[in-house]
Design a protein around this ligand. Structure first.
Ligand code: G
Ligand code: G
Ligand code: MN
Ligand code: NA
Length: 262
């Protein structure tokens, strides 16, 4: 595959870039951070989304250096935001969310790389939230959870991404060093229909109750309308992300939003 063989050179030539999508506190609309989403500015094909190249990078192992690069850029961006807006927002520490692929989880350098990146940038661990998909942690044994536990003990937030799609045993949540559930976009999409499917409403209500009883915050993805945001706020979700607030974009978009809310 042409894209696969071009990946290592693309990293060296600086063809990857990151867009940021704000995370908004549903209670008061304040911005509490953003998720970093990587893109590839391909010289022939233009901008490619992660679905086009992350699977290839995982397959070839390039995901480890690429992921490290994303982490480093994102953490530096978090420092810049913290310098500008302060370390804490109305909704807690200002954070950058960075996606981790399963290969990065099993890579032995994860904890040390992360510690070094945070130290080099001079930011506290609470500036970082690592997003791990629910499917990556299904059936996870202690060896897999150990690095995440170490990071969590240092103060890094761990979020369970795409939650609700992985058929994981809910009782299992207690074992995982996670502090945030990111409810999959499919739940938000079902709020779009009017009236919303009452079973979906009950499911979200149940997930929120369970999450809060375990001291986990709930973030919802894919919020596209004010009505969805209001419904999800009423259901008790804590934080939201989606086109209703902002599309993924350059880092100064956070600036625009923060100023609007100030
Ligand atoms: O919005 P977008 O199409 O960019 O994101 C699609 C998916 O790609 C996201 O759900 C996210 O999980 C994944 N993704 C985005 N950036 C990264 C990244 O830096 N590393 C990994 N592993 N996945 C990413
Ligand atoms: O990590 P994850 O796969 O969840 O990344 C978020 C993905 O969801 C990205 O691809 C992003 O572009 C996409 N996205 C973000 N906000 C919205 C939204 O409001 N609606 C839809 N349909 N997709 C969104
Ligand atoms: Mn994510
Ligand atoms: Na997701």
């Amino acid at each position: 595959h042409g894209l696969t063989t071009a990946l290592p050179a693309a990293l060296e030539r600086g063809e990857f870039f990151i867009e940021y999508q704000p995370l908004v506190h549903l209670g008061d609309g304040s911005v509490r951070g953003a998720e970093a989403l990587v893109r590839w500015l391909h010289p022939q094909h233009g901008v490619l989304g992660p679905d086009r190249f992350i699977p290839l990078a995982e397959h070839t192992g390039l995901i480890v250096p690429l992921g490290r690069w994303v982490l480093e850029q994102s953490v530096r961006q978090a420092r810049a935001w913290r310098e500008r807006y302060g370390e804490t927002t109305a909704a807690g520490p200002l954070r950058i969310n960075v996606n981790l692929s399963p290969c990065q989880l099993t890579h032995p350098g994860l904890v040390q790389d992360t510690v070094e990146i945070l130290e080099r940038a001079g930011v506290a661990p609470d500036a970082l939230c690592l997003e791990v998909t629910e499917s990556a942690l299904i059936g996870a044994d202690d060896d897999l959870l150990k690095p995440l536990r170490r990071l969590a003990e240092m103060g890094v937030d761990i979020a369970l991404d795409d939650f609700g799609t992985g058929y994981s045993n809910l009782a299992n949540l207690r074992r995982l060093p996670v502090s945030v559930l990111k409810l999959d976009r499919s739940f938000t999409q079902s709020m779009q229909r009017f009236p919303a499917d009452p079973v979906d409403l009950k499911i979200v209500e149940g997930i929120v109750a369970l999450a809060h009883s375990l001291d986990l915050a709930v973030t919802v993805e894919g919020v596209e309308t004010g009505a969805q945001a209001e419904q999800l706020r009423i259901l008790g979700c804590d934080t939201a992300q989606g086109w209703y607030y902002a599309r993924p974009g350059p880092p100064d978009r956070l600036h625009d939003l923060a100023l609007v809310d100030a």
